[in-house]
Design a binder for this molecule. Structure first.
Ligand code: GLV
Ligand code: MN
Ligand code: MN
Length: 436
């Protein structure tokens, strides 16, 4: 008898979760479209670290978060943070749900913002009820590294790693990270220090998959168990600028021709290492005139691999090859790696919780390793972390054609509501409390 009534309570709860997830997904879809209009560059989506567009995103999101019952503030690293409180008498570890609000140039409408808006929608679907623990929704100010080249400035600040040389990096206008932050701090006198709140218990991030795997497997959701490590660097080629009409081919020191030869080698070297990817995504060539041989070229380099030793070996081979090309052509080469993040495995217990939550919501999942970098990489060494990927129809990201279906957002939110139950049970067990 009792079992039957428990079963019907469960069925009612599942039905109400499904309904709330459906309503939440419609809001997430509309809000992604609203935020996609806020840009630093008309005609495309571009929002960078503490930029005017980032401020406008904050101004737009604040009232949504406040209406959901959150206390909202910005920290000194430009992260937007909203806290949905626990019961006054509950002292359970809070759950952080976040992702980033910045974008690459000419971005899609979902990379980053989706995860922040999913967190907000989960809080909204509680409709004032407390799950027994506080929820902090974080919109990180920088994950892509578009403005300063170095990624994860927002999450690195929260875990205490935004310091030293990182603060001295300069953007294209010559401002340092420190100066950009000081300007931001002056503009927002209510900003609080960027740090993890005491009693933070775990971190959950929803993110568009940014690839075709879930679509190919006909699955709405994937559970991330690990993230590939990444290296970022620069290779500079210095030749001799000279007249394009008068300098014979055999007497040239063309920095751009050397860089071009090296780039084809980057592709070949990365293909030799199974599971490695390497990209030259930015080139500066000077003086940059149709009738002048380029004397200076800077190429960016991005290398990823699920195993750190293989990534290191690939970076070394790619840098060595730049010197080989330079020597043969009489070009000076300087190569530097300025950012490195090791591969990360997410906490098995929390990953399993996310998997169970998706299953309870009625969704089969697969475990995945992310080739993309995510704020969860930075949070994971400090808090047990999980990521839930949402299917990406077409598999394209970092591109305006990026897309997510509303029904997959609903799937993610339904899984998220079940995750809140799993988390309550987990911290209840950990603390010996009654929150199962
Ligand atoms: C961000 O999306 C990255 O993977 O670089
Ligand atoms: Mn991205
Ligand atoms: Mn992202």
């Amino acid at each position: 008898m009792r079992e039957a009534s428990e079963l019907s309570t469960l069925a009612i709860r599942e039905a109400s979760y499904a309904a709330a997830a459906g309503e939440g997904a419609a809001r997430v879809m509309l809000r992604c479209a609203t935020l996609a209009k806020i840009t630093d560059k008309p005609g495309q989506i571009l929002r960078t670290f503490v930029s005017p567009a980032m401020n406008e995103v904050h101004r737009t999101m604040r009232p949504w978060m406040e209406a959901a019952g959150m206390a909202v503030g910005m920290d000194r690293a430009g992260n937007l943070r909203g806290v949905y409180p626990a019961d006054a008498d509950a002292d359970m570890p809070r759950l952080l749900i976040g992702s980033h609000l910045d974008t690459v140039p000419n971005a899609g409408a979902y990379d980053g913002v989706l995860g922040v808006l999913m967190g907000l929608a989960l809080v909204e679907s509680l409709a004032g009820r407390t799950p027994g623990f506080a929820i902090e929704v974080i919109g990180f100010s920088d994950e892509e590294g578009t403005r300063f080249g170095a990624p994860f400035l927002g999450s690195r600040a929260v875990v205490g790693e935004l310091q030293g040389a990182l603060l001295q990096r300069i953007d294209h206008a010559g401002a340092t990270v420190g100066e950009a932050l000081r300007e931001f701090g002056a503009a927002h006198t209510d900003a609080v220090d960027a740090s993890l709140a005491p009693g933070s218990g775990a971190y959950l991030e929803f993110h568009i998959e940014q690839g075709p795997v879930l679509e190919s497997r006909n699955l709405a959701l994937g559970i991330v168990e690990g993230l590939a490590g990444q290296s970022r660097g620069n290779v500079v080629f210095r030749g001799r600028a000279s007249h394009a009409g008068t300098t014979p081919m055999r007497l040239r020191s063309d920095a751009l021709a050397a860089a071009a030869e090296w780039m084809t080698r980057v592709e070949a070297i990365a293909s030799r290492f199974e599971n490695a990817v390497a990209t030259v995504g930015e080139i500066e060539a000077e003086p940059g005139a149709v009738n002048v041989i380029p004397g200076f070229v800077r190429c960016s380099l991005d290398v990823r691999h699920p195993e750190d030793s293989a990534r290191d070996a690939a970076v070394r081979a790619i840098f060595d090859e730049a010197h080989v090309v330079g020597r043969r052509r009489g070009i000076t080469v300087e190569a530097e790696q300025y950012h490195e993040h090791p591969a990360v495995r997410l906490a098995a217990e929390i990953v399993a919780m996310a998997e169970r939550a998706a299953k309870r919501a009625g969704y089969a999942t697969i475990r995945m390793t992310s080739g993309a970098g995510h704020d969860a990489m930075v949070m994971a060494p400090h808090l047990p972390s999980a990521m839930i990927f949402l299917r990406n129809p077409g598999g394209i990201s970092h591109h305006p054609d990026e897309s997510v279906a509303e029904q997959d957002m609903a799937a993610g939110l339904h899984a998220g509501l079940c995750f809140l139950d799993e988390y309550a049970a987990w911290i209840g067990k950990k603390e010996g409390g009654q929150h199962a």
